[in-house]
Design a protein around this ligand. Structure first.
Ligand SMILES: N[C@@H](CCC(=O)N[C@@H](CS)C(=O)NCC(=O)O)C(=O)O
Length: 198
């Protein structure tokens, strides 16, 4: 399988950590993608022009990251999300929240990186920062329950390290318990350490 994503994409990291944890990474080759380059095949493979895209074993260009991690889970026998019941919806809700925090962060990075300084919109940045702050507070409460390996915790761990890497929010001061949670996650998933943004 072919994965189009940079090493610093937090959504791409979700896929890489999931693949490694499930013992599938040897079946995946990663190739960088550039969403700013109109000639990059990314826009053909995913009309939204976003990474990650994973070419499945059947040759289907799969996106977005939630679909991809579900596909990988299917190959490995469905272990990363309970099939039914409240536990399933909690895992998927946590994943959606972590992804949403990353979406807000990506919007902030785009504003800061793509727009000339005089065109940056402070209210927009505050609007996105509010999503990150409320999201971090809620995810800290969810994470208090337990640390297990599933789609929700993988997305949460990728989100926390990426937000720190991009210096978008000081979640360690805001929700110190998340640091202990991340330590526990690191012990449960050694593959996570090896996939850090650079
Ligand atoms: N919902 C998507 C989000 C992916 C995403 O936003 N990726 C970023 C890079 S980390 C991107 O390619 N952005 C380009 C754009 O927004 O045009 C997913 O889960 O895969």
């Amino acid at each position: 399988m072919l994965l189009r994503a940079t090493v610093n994409s937090p959504f791409g990291r979700k896929v890489r950590v999931t693949a490694e944890y499930l013992g599938l990474s040897h079946r995946i080759e990663r190739v960088d993608a550039d969403f700013r380059d109109p000639d990059d095949a990314l826009r053909r493979d995913n009309p939204l022009g976003k990474m990650p895209v994973l070419f499945s074993e059947e040759g289907i260009p799969l996106y977005d990251s939630r679909v991809i991690v579900d596909y990988l889970d299917s190959l490995a026998g469905w272990t990363l999300c309970p099939a039914t019941g409240e536990a399933r919806w909690r895992v998927l809700q946590t994943q959606a929240l972590a992804d949403g925090i990353m979406d807000a962060g990506v919007s902030m990075v785009m504003e800061n990186v793509l727009r000339p300084e005089q065109m940056r919109f402070a209210d927009w940045l505050d609007f996105q920062r509010g999503k990150m702050e409320r999201g971090i507070d809620t995810i800290a409460a969810l994470a208090e329950r337990s640390c297990t390996v599933d789609h929700g915790s993988i997305a949460t761990a990728c989100m926390l390290e990426w937000a720190e890497f991009r210096q978008l929010i000081d979640w360690r001061s805001r929700q110190p318990a998340l640091a202990d949670w991340l330590d526990q996650f690191n012990q449960l998933v050694p593959a996570f350490k090896n996939s850090a943004p650079q």
